[in-house]
Write a protein that binds this ligand. Structure first.
Ligand SMILES: *Cc1c(COP(=O)(O)O)cnc(C)c1O
Length: 238
């Protein structure tokens, strides 16, 4: 079942790439496995998934210990500063940097372990009050400020679009995130690349791919509904 879902999602990504004139290799599927047991992650792994996304530190650490070591772990949820130390050496990419203080803490903990941690800046493009992330207007200043921290490397932007029935409604936000990444790239800030756009979830990843997503984060579409699936707390990762 999980295997069939993955095949379906990957096919949808391929077709969206075709519509947009993009190469499928330029889009990576992140299997969002939050709340799901290791047995289900193992099925996804055996079906070829190597990128997994979690939104809670403890859950990420537990699954990191239990799963094969060639997995690339993505921290996609809101991250508290006091928990950064538990994951800096386990994550491939942190998607949810939205403050100077958090970026500084990640840098500090990374340097202690002689690492450089790749991060994305989370932008609340739709300006939903319930969501984390900085506004589009604040993004360039925040990125300029945190680009000087030696323990992080800024790779791009992430957004969580609103929960909508019709994915077309979110196209505007994906377009805006892409435009913002181009604007920031053109500023040529040291230590900043804008190669990654993390956008699109089960309900809207095909639209996100059409608009330039390089990572899509799909949970329900692979693993089925979560127990508290569309609750706000679940979506924002708290
Ligand atoms: C839960 C979550 C997802 C996956 O959501 P689905 O709608 O189940 O695909 C993606 N991104 C973030 C940040 C999440 O918290």
């Amino acid at each position: 079942m999980i295997k069939d879902n993955i095949i379906q999602v990957e096919n949808n990504i391929k077709n969206a790439c075709k519509r947009a004139g993009r190469k499928p290799e330029d889009v990576t599927l992140i299997a969002v496995s939050k709340t799901k047991p290791v047995s289900m992650l193992t099925q996804a792994y055996e079906s070829g998934c190597r990128h997994f996304g979690e939104n809670k530190v403890q859950e990420l650490v537990e699954k990191y210990e239990a799963m094969p070591k060639d997995i690339k772990w993505h921290m996609i949820g809101h991250l508290q500063r006091n928990k950064v130390k538990y994951i800096v050496d386990k994550v491939y990419l942190i998607h949810s940097v939205d403050s100077v203080r958090l970026a500084e803490e990640i840098s500090k903990e990374a340097l202690k372990k002689q690492l450089k941690v790749s991060v994305l800046v989370e932008v609340n493009v739709a300006e939903e009050e319930s969501k984390f992330g900085i506004s589009t207007k604040e993004a360039a200043d925040l990125i300029t400020e945190i680009s000087k921290f030696p323990g992080i490397s800024i790779k791009g932007l992430m957004t969580i679009a609103p929960y909508v029935e019709n994915a077309e409604e979110n196209r505007q936000y994906f377009m805006r995130l892409r435009q913002l990444s181009v604007d920031i790239m053109n500023k040529n800030i040291d230590n900043v690349s804008m190669d990654i756009l993390s956008m699109g979830m089960t309900g809207d990843y095909q639209t996100a791919v059409e608009e330039g997503a390089s990572y899509v984060r799909v949970g329900t579409g692979i693993f089925g509904e979560r127990e508290y699936s569309h609750s706000q707390a679940d979506r924002i990762g708290d």
